[in-house]
Design a protein around this ligand. Structure first.
Ligand code: DAH
Length: 347
């Protein structure tokens, strides 16, 4: 038996030495050390051996197993080393290079600009509020002084969520004004950024889903001057310089008087694509909160004297601001989910 072990050893080590790849090494392991391999056969035969041979045969078999495994391990390392050397010398592969960095996500450009806007308003003492995206018709329209059949409902083509048209995908962030009045005690200042939805044709400047930032300030003696100061402050912070602004009369049912607030194009002096060659950019709708809106929002509040209150409100499109900030020319890129687009705004 011991001679048999010696001849197995010679065979095994020869095959290991001749191996030129992992497959062959695995085969040696299988043939000699596997469940049905040569060594298993020997071990199985031990009980049939004369007593004086058993111990040496068992020990010899174990030693051989260790030696074969060791030889396989050593051969494996040397094959790997020569493979690396071969690839390195062939060029194109440098095993000393660090591995590719894992892909990291970043903040969406809309989130980046929204956070910037939030931080500017927070520094002026504003709260940042949220509101539901699926909204009651009451908050989205009625309480904002837009009764059923009012023509301005047609301007904001609406996705209705039920047959009775009591639930809508909110078409604007203005409903948060009413929700805030129901909960807060004046004086207060707030902004409400969020997603809004309109059922309209899509093109480079129109999306069915976009983002607005609503603003509302309610207190005593709030005037138009407070409104313009606040919006100028926002724009100066965003564009890091003083920009000319103007108010034009504008109609929104929930403010009186209502305005369109324009800002001088920050990108040109004589007209460009961003300002449609007018040098002015329509920044937002705004105005003094309509008394009917204050009445609806504070209805039933014994602790609030509505008649002593005034307020201003504004609402601007966040997507447009993002497009201006980053020079994006098609709004559909923003929510398109294409990484090749999004990766251009690392942060
Ligand atoms: N909600 C209006 C819109 O979506 C924008 C707006 C205009 C908001 C005037 C206001 C405002 O708060 O006072 O077109």
């Amino acid at each position: 038996m011991l001679e048999r072990l010696e001849s197995l050893r010679a065979d095994a080590l020869q095959r290991v030495a001749d191996a030129t790849g992992m497959e062959e090494l695995r085969a040696v392991e299988r043939d000699f050390l596997g469940k049905e391999g040569a060594l298993a056969e020997i071990l199985a035969a031990i009980p049939t051996l004369p007593a004086e041979e058993r111990r040496d045969t068992g020990r010899g078999a174990n030693e051989l197993k260790g030696d074969i495994l060791e030889a396989i391990g050593a051969r494996k390392s040397s094959l790997e080393e020569s493979e690396v050397a071969r690839l390195r010398d062939a060029g194109g592969f440098d095993p000393t290079l660090p591995p590719a960095a894992p892909q990291r996500g970043g903040l969406h450009p809309i989130t980046q600009v929204r956070r910037e806007v939030e931080s500017i308003f927070s520094s002026m003492g504003y709260e940042v509020l949220d509101g539901p995206e699926v909204e009651l018709d009451y908050y989205n329209f009625q309480a904002l002084n837009i009764p059923k059949d009012h023509p301005s409902r047609e301007v904001q083509d609406t996705f209705y969520c039920d047959e009775a048209h009591t639930l809508v995908m909110r078409t604007q962030t203005s409903p948060v004004q009413i929700r805030a009045m129901e909960r807060l005690s004046p004086p207060f200042r707030l902004i409400a950024p969020g997603r809004v939805f309109r059922n309209e044709e899509q093109d480079a400047t129109h999306e069915h889903t976009f983002h607005q930032v609503e603003g509302l300030v309610v207190g005593e003696d709030i005037q138009v001057g407070h409104l313009t100061w606040t919006l100028r402050r926002l724009l100066n912070e965003l564009f890091e310089r003083e920009l000319e602004v103007r108010l034009r009369p504008g109609y929104f049912p929930f403010v009186e008087p209502g305005f369109e607030f324009d800002v001088r194009c920050p990108f040109c002096e004589e007209g460009c694509r961003v300002c449609s060659n007018t040098t002015w950019i329509e920044f937002c709708g705004c105005g003094m909160v309509h008394p009917s809106v204050l009445a609806a929002g504070f209805e039933g509040r014994d602790d609030v004297d509505v008649d002593s209150l005034t307020g201003f409100a504004f609402g601007f499109g966040l997507d447009r601001l993002v497009m201006m900030r980053f020079g994006v020319d098609d709004i559909r890129n923003l929510m398109g989910g294409d990484l090749r687009f999004l990766e251009q705004f690392p942060c």
